[in-house]
Design a protein around this ligand. Structure first.
Ligand code: ATP
Ligand code: MG
Length: 562
């Protein structure tokens, strides 16, 4: 492709609103432009990168038996009402009405539509398993679209859905996806970890996220260098440092107005790790007291895992359940269900006394109160790994893909059933699996760039070769470059030919910014010594090669000998 006839609007300056490196470089290299908040145009180079990624994804999905379909972007409200998500998803869903005032929404994801298809087209156990996927546009009114294409309100997703007779079948398709995802991210040249995650709004029986390391990431993972344990910080199991416990005897202490852990530990001059934080929440079966150590944070997702859905209790609900105002609540003598964090299995603490302006000092869990124990606390950098105890590292990451075991949540509500061998009706067991190609592109840039620009992994580069003629006006030089363009293209390579009548400095800067794997430069040496220069973008390594040998050398350097 000739640059002089292309739309590659490179910029010298970073866009004013950009923080993430990938955002800056994608705009400066002319890959994308923002039309509105979180809504992007992909220009020719950006589109080529997306095409490369989706081609890899398509190959790997086909290799595990995926069948490609395309589902609509506009959905009738009835589907989402049937699954219950019309009510549970809030402002993230774009909703609209048609000319007859019927409710519609823009698809954020397609579990409902898949269940609708399955309800009509899958009849018997002989029709299962199935694996359907699409590479299609999703619409989500994200609260904070940011970091360029990393979080947008319109984006392409590869979403696939497995349908099986039972959990054993789901396990097989889930594992096939896990492996296919690893191949996809390996082929895209990403450094990533696979972590146990939080099923969130999908619901279901298990899920993993594929996380690419980057300071631009919005997620955090806990990583153990010793045993390899990796988990989203939301759910990571950790062993916080254990304080030295004083030999207190059980007694009441006056703590006027000391409602928070900071106020309490300040007043008593003690380490917050020697206190118990007591929180009353409302679950399906009434009030529950959740306990974590005073220096720890309660992770809502972990508590939800332990007791099901809950909400914080209102002030009067706290008073009714404990007889006291929030701030003085504690576990001793409290006749409601108590769930305590694992850290509280041992030790001696200060906790609320369920009396105004009073705490109990010397509380020993197991002796002074009984509780169920569960992992409730947030993991922190410096904690011990929950599996082996070695120190954790916490790293920022970009979620590039995830896989969920859905089970029968959607098939049950949308009546996607099949008849088993005995002629019995059963709900189809589903899995759902997503990948964001734009996030792969941005993550690849986050992980592969230098001061001068992008350094594309070969598999994602919009072109493999950047052919540059130093002086396009010199007929002899241009002649050599034209012949090389024909040679390289003839050898099956994709070439961006910078034939612009621009200053050499500008052209070299742009070549570095665009970051194609190999640059072939036709300059004065071509005239004087009969050689052109091949330069590797990643290493800066240069070779002088006679024009007739360039195509062969380039193929060799790209690992594709003729
Ligand atoms: P996040 O937690 O980052 O919002 P999600 O859990 O909502 O992601 P899914 O609904 O599971 O993501 O979507 C599957 C994949 O689609 C994600 O792994 C990511 O690669 C991509 N993706 C999700 N939301 C966006 C977005 N707003 N912009 C770009 N890509 C996205
Ligand atoms: Mg999201």
């Amino acid at each position: 492709m000739r640059w002089s006839k292309s739309l590659i609007p490179t910029l010298k300056e970073d866009p004013a609103d950009a923080e993430a490196i990938s955002h800056k470089l994608m705009v400066r290299a002319g890959l994308v432009r923002q039309l509105a908040a979180g809504i992007y145009v992909y220009l020719p180079l950006g589109q080529r990168v997306m095409d490369r990624i989706t081609a890899i994804v398509r190959e790997e999905m086909n290799a595990i038996g995926g069948q490609e379909i395309t589902m609509p972007v506009i959905h009738p409200a009835e589907l989402w009402q049937a699954s219950g998500r019309w009510g549970t998803i809030g402002d993230e869903m774009f909703r609209l009405k048609d000319r007859y005032q019927r409710d519609l929404c823009l698809g954020m994801t397609h579990e409902e539509v898949i269940a609708w298809i399955a309800a009509r087209e899958v009849h018997s156990y002989r029709d299962l398993p199935q694996l359907w996927y699409q590479i299609q546009t999703k619409e989500r009114d994200e609260a904070r679209p940011k970091s360029g294409v990393l979080r947008t309100r319109e984006f392409v997703m590869k979403d696939s859905y497995s349908l099986d007779r039972d959990m054993a079948g789901l396990d097989v398709q889930y594992e096939a996806h896990r492996q296919a995802y690893c191949r996809i991210f390996d082929r895209c040249g990403l450094r990533y970890v696979v972590v146990e995650s939080d099923p969130g709004m999908m619901g279901g029986a298990g899920s993993h996220e594929f996380m690419a390391a980057s300071p631009a990431g919005e997620d955090q993972v806990a990583l153990c260098g010793a045993c390899g344990y990796a988990a989203n910080l939301e759910l990571a199991a950790s062993r916080p440092p254990i304080p030295t416990f004083p030999a207190w005897v059980l007694e009441e202490v006056a703590t006027p107005n000391a409602r928070t852990i900071a106020e309490l530990s300040g007043l008593l001059q003690i380490d917050p790790a020697l206190t118990i934080k007591s929180l009353v929440v409302m679950g399906g079966a009434g009030p529950v007291l959740a306990l974590v150590r005073g220096d720890q944070q309660l992770r809502e997702r972990k508590l939800e895992r332990a007791m099901g859905a809950f909400r914080p209790a209102h002030r009067d609900e706290v008073r009714e359940a404990t007889g006291v105002e929030p701030g003085f609540v504690g576990p001793v003598g409290l006749p409601i269900r108590i769930i305590a964090d694992e850290c509280l299995r041992t030790g001696c603490y200060v906790a609320g006394a369920n009396k105004p302006d009073t705490h109990l000092k010397g509380v020993v869990p197991g002796r002074d109160f009984q509780a169920e124990f569960a992992d409730l606390h947030e993991a922190n950098a410096g904690d011990g790994c929950g599996r082996c105890g070695a120190p954790f590292a916490v790293e920022r990451v970009i979620e590039v893909g995830n896989i969920f075991k859905l089970g029968t949540k959607y098939s049950a509500s949308l009546k996607a059933v099949y008849l088993d061998e005995q002629g019995q009706e059963r709900p189809i067991v589903m899995g759902s699996y997503g990948i964001g190609p734009a996030r792969i592109a941005a993550a690849a840039i986050e992980q592969n760039h230098d001061l001068h620009g992008i350094i594309w992994p070969e598999t994602l580069a919009p072109f493999q070769v950047h052919l540059l003629v130093v002086n396009a006006k010199d007929p002899k030089m241009a002649g050599v470059a034209e012949r090389l363009h024909a040679d390289l293209s003839g050898a099956g390579l994709e070439v961006l030919y910078d034939d612009r009548d621009e200053r050499p400095g500008v052209k070299f800067k742009d070549a570095d910014l665009l970051g194609l794997p190999l640059r072939v430069t036709v300059g004065s040496r071509a005239m004087k010594e009969g050689v052109v220069e091949i330069r590797r973008r990643r290493t800066g390594e240069e070779m002088a090669v006679p024009p007739g040998e360039v195509a062969g050398r380039v193929r060799g350097l790209l690992g594709r000998p003729a």
